[in-house]
Design a protein around this ligand. Structure first.
Ligand code: PMP
Length: 436
């Protein structure tokens, strides 16, 4: 049996507390605040590993919140970025590298007849809603409970509501995600439960919906597949009623396969959004879709701007990342991901922990305490979050960094050796948690 590790994170804590006099809470995104033993401070990333200021080497399953499909510091991306830095950083004009990146994305993504680049997922979600309103002359957007489309006021509703606040499943009450949010946005937002075609039809058929926006597989809060026929049904309902279908593929893109969830499930939306894995950690996002729609940014009076859009260094990272995302990349990394996912299921069961392990090859989700795989956000909200948080803390002390909210992101660097080390840590952490 492996010796019990118990890594210390004292230096991280000390750096965070010293620097909280400059940076609010010592973090630059609230999503980095929560987890015990507190925010960590890193020095370096390489392959599947992160190295922190305490001198710990951690196997990383955050993978840049899903961005690092190639793992940390892939040589090809680093070389392309260094070469581009030598050529110049920002032209406020066009560069050949952005057209190369655009061509690669359009060739890979089924719905991508045209593209515009942006810098974050949150931002391109805003562009999608504006475009849908302009194209349809309607103002209302449907979003689903448990789906996340960024941190902006008009979409940060019911992304992770407490069930006590969320009203009945068939008529969800919108629950805000932050103090200070404008309630006026609710005028244009309709919250529904996902994976329920009857509810969608009932609302869309009123004829006043500009767009239905969804994660085509729910990955931000869990890993829930669309029910058989759901995506096709949603598309048919949208078409029938003149509503646009928007897929938010910020997580699923380049992760559920090279062509995203739309290729995997064979449903082509009108508009889709990409970010995260598109450039393996560089701030790149894209809105893609039907030519007549995306062209409205050029000729339809719909404004889309951004100083950093298609920033050449980030575009060089996009081209190099896309070049590395070969069919072999997916075959190889899928084998690791599936081994880890199945090994996780076995180790948790062997420790006597009731858990559901659901999802895909390069992204899966672990929920403690559920009797059956979640089909909706409401099922997931009943998971034992406190128990899972104890598990992730125990894992961290064994040198494995996994998100407290249950997601595991796998890259091509999470090879058999890394999976073996991870499962050994899972075994120790699972027994520790089961016995307390
Ligand atoms: N959509 C989804 C599905 C996401 O998971 C995220 C980020 N977690 C976003 C949108 C927002 O992307 P960003 O953080 O780049 O603004």
């Amino acid at each position: 049996a492996r010796a019990l590790n118990s890594l210390s994170f004292d230096e991280s804590s000390s750096v965070i507390s010293k620097n909280s006099r400059y940076v609010a809470g010592g973090v630059n995104s609230n999503f980095r605040l929560g987890m015990a033993p507190g925010p960590l401070v890193f020095k370096r990333g390489e392959g599947a590993y992160l190295f922190d200021v305490d001198g710990n080497r951690l196997i990383d399953y955050y993978c840049g919140m899903g961005a690092m499909v190639l793992g940390h510091s892939p040589a090809g991306v680093q070389a392309a970025v260094k070469a581009q830095v030598d050529e110049g950083i920002l032209f406020a004009g066009q560069s050949e590298v952005e057209f190369e990146a655009a061509r690669m994305i359009c060739e890979r993504i089924p719905s991508a007849q045209r593209i515009r680049f942006g810098s974050s997922g949150s931002e391109v979600a805003q562009a999608a809603m504006r475009l849908a309103r302009a194209a349809t002359g309607r103002s209302k957007i449907i979003k689903f409970e448990g789906h996340y489309h960024g941190w902006f006021d008009n979409v940060l509703w019911s992304t992770a509501p407490a069930l006590a606040d969320a009203g009945p499943a068939e008529a969800p009450v919108p629950v805000g995600g932050s103090r200070g949010q404008s309630r006026l946005d609710l005028e244009d937002l309709v919250i529904l439960g996902w994976n329920d075609l009857a509810a969608l039809e009932a609302r869309v058929s009123k004829g006043d919906i500009a767009a239905v926006m969804m994660e085509p597989a729910m990955c931000n809060q869990g890993a829930i597949s669309p029910a058989p026929g759901y995506l096709e049904g949603a598309q048919a309902i949208c078409r029938k009623h003149g509503t646009l279908l928007v897929f938010d593929e910020v997580i699923t893109g380049f992760r559920l396969g090279r062509g995203g969830a739309q290729e995997r499930f064979g449903v082509t939306p009108d508009i889709s959004l990409f970010a995260k894995a598109i450039a393996n950690g560089f701030p790149v996002a894209a809105i893609v879709g039907r030519a007549d729609l995306i062209d409205m940014f050029a000729t339809g009076g719909v404004l889309h701007g951004g100083t950093f859009n298609a920033q050449p260094v980030a575009m060089a990272a996009t081209v190099a990342t896309q070049a590395a995302l070969t069919p072999e990349h997916y075959e190889k990394s899928s084998v690791f991901g599936v081994r880890l996912r199945e090994g996780m299921r076995e180790e948790l069961a062997a420790a006597g922990i009731k858990a559901q392990v659901t999802g895909f090859e390069l992204m899966f989700h672990v929920a403690f305490g559920l009797d059956a795989p979640a089909k909706t956000y409401r099922d997931l909200a009943r998971a034992d979050k406190a128990g899972y948080a104890r598990f992730t803390l125990a894992l961290l002390k064994q040198g494995v960094r996994a998100l407290e909210r249950g997601a595991w992101f796998v890259s091509s660097e999470h090879n058999d050796d890394v999976v073996d080390q991870t499962l050994a840590a899972v075994r120790i952490a699972a027994r520790e948690v089961a016995s307390t």
